[in-house]
Design a binder for this molecule. Structure first.
Ligand code: ADP
Ligand code: ZN
Ligand code: ZN
Length: 829
């Protein structure tokens, strides 16, 4: 007898279960199977095979789901690592790697027992059900319950089973996705016959049919009906007429739903590298091609260069080399909707060889893409963090663009993994190379580079490509025809908002920003205005008693939307019409605090009537391809000013933008989180990096109430290293990451008091666990109410474990439901 360790799809189970393999089943590691679990049958993935059972009593695998392994052995090892490191159920980690819509249930149904023995005398209802089953072949319990009611259906089924007239069987529920098919057409008769027919039809004047036959006889293969109709302007009847006479045939062919089909791509060839890129490429090339084996495994490169310094060009080179060696890559981007340009660049350099995987695709597209990738059709898979788990064979390279982005951490559900750390593990298992790219590396990554764990590569200047139509390129005349130049970083001015107030300026724009906007508009240049929020006013406060409208479920202040005149909660989407009177003191004298993109837009219109505006935030851009459309229209200069939140800070190449205004740099800087400074620095640099990417110089204004803060000072000088040096000292002083690891534990409960007590109880359990096991290097912060102390109707308390390996205290502790554990959280508020 052989045995299999199986990870089962059942909530919460952290270990595998041992099953015997029936001799008629062919089972291998990575395969999907049905196994009995308690009283039901559930899905499982085979993790390991052995000749010995790991427990005394085993049950048998019920059946196989797929005949081939869905996961590679490296993926299984990766899933085990994720489950261990992030303390998540094993199947949660495995789920990341399964094909879209894989998870399905078994449905019970009934069929007749044949041959039927002499029938006992039956009630009319029993006869009716038997007749129904006979007529349909099989009927599910659900169907019968709908017809007869739950009780009656179960009663009759029980009786018929008792008489051995019917039997029970199980079947997989219907697939949520299947391959998409379209009709194709081709000739179905020999050449001579077709020619005869053409001659005959010409005489009868059936020119459409003639044209169709002539067109098809020129085609080497069958072609989609739609295409035929586009070429010939012929109706479906014409095609049908010829089909009915067996001159042509129509067949359904399954096609791939290509998510990039809407892009118009021009295949591109690589430009010669700039001197900085060349020296970076030298170090990379010999490792990627395997000539040099660095001591660390896997080799990790941190490519440190401002936006526009040519990092993507380096990624493309590296991928090209990896592909030449018969391997493939994965490229992660923070959020695919925000990086259409990256996708386009990869797609035009590797035409037809780019796969993309993300949740914005339809389930059908995701399904096709997954299969397409698994079959080895893609040189590279591009996507957000989840694309790391694409079934890409022969993995040789993993690129993480904008590696400092917080979207690489899955925070909202288990497993709470960080794609950077998982990527490095995956690369190690596949003997692949990792490239992390950023203008403002994560403090932890830069620290690792300082320690020599990562290989630091720098690109120092911003490249401006000389397109053939570029004025500057032509003006310089250039005999030697260089294909690029360098553009200086934009000049940054810090504006002290306190001085503006003193001078009596209460509007959103400082005098200097306003003057710069006037100049830019007069020159026909573009402007972006950045705001760290959304909505019109952040919240409404009663001027008389100070009352603030809050979400009854989440306790955060409600945001006012002036268009719909509604107050909404941005955490749980609770919404109420804005009230006219204060519920506390009945005053109807409110002040609107805070600012949003709409308020900025209103102010712009006040100063510059007639200016063309675009707003970009999550409220505006929820539709498919909405980002791309908005971006394209701005890039085509259909608007002068783009106002936006976080979203505009990311990955856009906007050559006509010469001015960026940061309305308020302080939001976020004052959050009670040790990473508030790092996050603010990254945002400010990203926004500043948007201005002056074209041939014209750029200018940036940062408005702030704390101009002397080191974060703002360093951002204004584009001085990452200066910022890093101060930040790392502060982290060292307080023993914050990267000098320690954090585990964030959050407990939620609908009752405030029970929530506090539940959190306190675990604290004492942790303390006694520490003591009894003699663990000294794990310390506790808390318990405290979480920064968002209430969310979706539940109170929240949190507790931080800190140490070199803080998870070591947890394995012996059983946490009651309501707890979530986040290992290496990206933030603690
Ligand atoms: P990053 O990824 O660092 O933001 P990119 O690779 O996007 O930088 O480069 C910025 C711009 O410079 C892009 O328009 C790109 O096409 C161009 N570019 C990059 N490298 C070169 C080169 N060697 N020659 C000409 N143009 C280049
Ligand atoms: Zn009031
Ligand atoms: Zn809410």
């Amino acid at each position: 007898m052989r045995y299999a360790e199986v990870a089962v799809n059942f909530p919460g189970s952290r270990s595998t279960f041992c099953y015997a393999i029936p001799s008629q089943l062919n089972v291998s590691v990575g395969q999907a199977v049905w196994v009995p679990f308690g009283s039901r049958i559930v899905q499982g993935i085979v993790i390991e095979l052995s000749g010995q059972p790991s427990v005394k009593e085993t049950r048998e695998i019920f059946n196989i789901i797929t005949t081939y392994p869905l996961l590679s052995t490296a993926q299984i090892e990766l899933a085990q690592w994720i489950s261990q490191y992030y303390l998540s159920p094993l199947f949660d980690a495995i789920s990341l790697m399964l094909p879209p819509a894989f998870e399905r249930k078994l449905v019970a149904y009934f069929k007749l027992v044949t041959p039927q023995e002499s029938l006992p005398s039956l009630t009319p209802e029993q006869t009716q059900v038997l007749g129904l089953i006979e007529e349909k072949g099989k009927v599910s319990l659900r169907e019968l319950e709908k017809k007869l009611g739950v009780r009656k259906a179960n009663q009759i089924i029980g009786q018929l089973l008792g008489h051995h007239l019917i039997m029970k069987d199980q079947e997989l529920e219907k697939a949520k996705v299947r391959a998409k098919t379209v009709p194709y057409v081709r000739l179905a008769a020999g050449e001579a016959e077709i020619q005869n027919e053409i001659a005959r039809l010409k005489k009868t004047g059936a020119y459409k049919q003639v044209a169709l036959l002539e067109f098809l006889s020129k085609q080497a293969q069958s072609i989609p009906v739609n295409e035929v109709r586009k070429h010939l302007d012929c109706s479906y009847q014409v095609i049908r007429a010829l089909e009915s006479r067996h001159l042509l045939s129509i067949e359904l062919t399954s096609i791939r739903r290509d998510p990039l089909s809407h892009l118009e791509l021009k295949p591109a060839s690589p430009p010669p590298l700039t001197p900085s890129q060349r020296s970076v490429w030298e170090s990379l090339r010999c490792v990627v091609s395997g000539e040099v084996r660095p001591s660390q495994s896997p080799p990790v490169f941190l490519l440190f260069g401002v936006t526009g310094s040519g990092k993507t060009e380096v990624y493309l080179r590296a991928l090209d080399r990896v592909v030449a060696m018969g391997k493939r890559g994965i490229c992660l981007v923070p959020e695919i909707a925000l990086t259409p340009q990256t996708v386009e660049r990869f797609a035009s350099r590797f035409p037809g060889k780019v796969g993309i995987l993300h949740s914005g695709l339809s389930l059908g597209e995701q399904f096709d893409e997954w299969q397409w990738i698994k079959e080895g059709n893609c040189d590279v898979v591009i996507g957000p963090r989840s694309a790391l788990f694409a079934p890409q064979p022969d993995l040789g390279l993993i690129i993480i663009d904008e590696e400092h982005e917080w979207t690489y951490k899955q925070e909202d559900k288990s497993p709470r993994y960080h794609a950077r750390d998982v990527a490095i593990k995956l690369a190690q298992l596949n003997d692949a190379v990792v490239i992390l790219g950023s203008a403002t590396p994560d403090i932890d990554s830069f620290h690792k580079a300082q320690l020599g764990k990562y290989h630091l590569l720098g690109l120092n200047e911003r490249v401006i490509p000389y397109a053939p139509c570029s004025e500057e390129g032509a003006a310089k005349g250039v005999a030697s025809q260089p294909s690029f130049g360098y553009s200086p970083l934009p000049r940054v001015t810090i504006v002290d908002s306190r001085e503006e107030l003193k001078a009596g300026n209460t509007c959103l724009f400082s005098r200097s920003l306003l003057a710069a906007m006037k100049r830019a508009l007069a020159r026909g240049e573009q402007i972006i205005l950045f705001l760290n929020r959304r909505g019109t006013a952040t919240f409404i406060q009663c001027r008389d008693c100070g009352f603030v409208f809050r979400c009854p479920r989440c306790s955060v202040a409600l945001t006012y939307h002036s268009v719909e005149k509604k107050l909404t909660c941005h955490r749980c989407h609770y919404a109420v019409p804005a009230s006219r009177a204060c519920p506390q003191c009945s005053s109807n004298y409110f002040k609107f605090l805070g600012i949003g993109t709409q308020k900025v837009a209103d102010e712009v219109k006040r100063f510059f009537p007639g200016v063309r505006l675009l707003r970009w935030d999550r409220d505006v851009t929820t539709k498919k391809h909405a980002h791309e459309k908005l971006l394209t229209s701005f890039r085509e200069h259909k608007a002068d000013i783009l106002i936006g939140t976080q979203m505009i800070a990311k990955g856009l190449d906007l050559p006509l933008v010469t001015l960026a205004g940061i309305i308020s740099a302080d939001t976020g800087l004052n959050l009670p989180d040790y990473r508030a400074g790092e996050r603010t620095f990254q945002l400010l640099c990203q926004v500043a990096g948007r201005a002056g990417r074209g041939p014209k110089a750029g200018e940036v204004f940062i408005q702030t109430y704390s101009p002397e803060n080191y974060v703002i000072q360093a951002a204004a000088k584009h001085d990452y290293v200066g910022f890093y040096n101060q930040e790392i000292e502060y982290r060292r002083l307080f023993n914050y990451p990267p000098f320690s690891h954090f585990v964030r534990m959050v407990y939620t409960h609908t009752n405030e008091e029970l929530c506090r007590r539940g959190a306190e109880r675990i604290v004492s359990v942790v303390l006694s666990e520490k003591e009894s096991r003699g663990i000294t290097d794990v310390s506790l912060i808390g318990p405290t109410p979480a920064f968002v102390s209430r969310l979706r109707g539940r109170y929240r308390w949190q507790l931080i474990l800190r140490g070199h390996a803080p998870t070591q205290v947890l394995p012996g502790i059983t946490l009651p439901p309501g707890w979530t554990v986040d290992v290496d959280p990206v933030g603690i508020v």
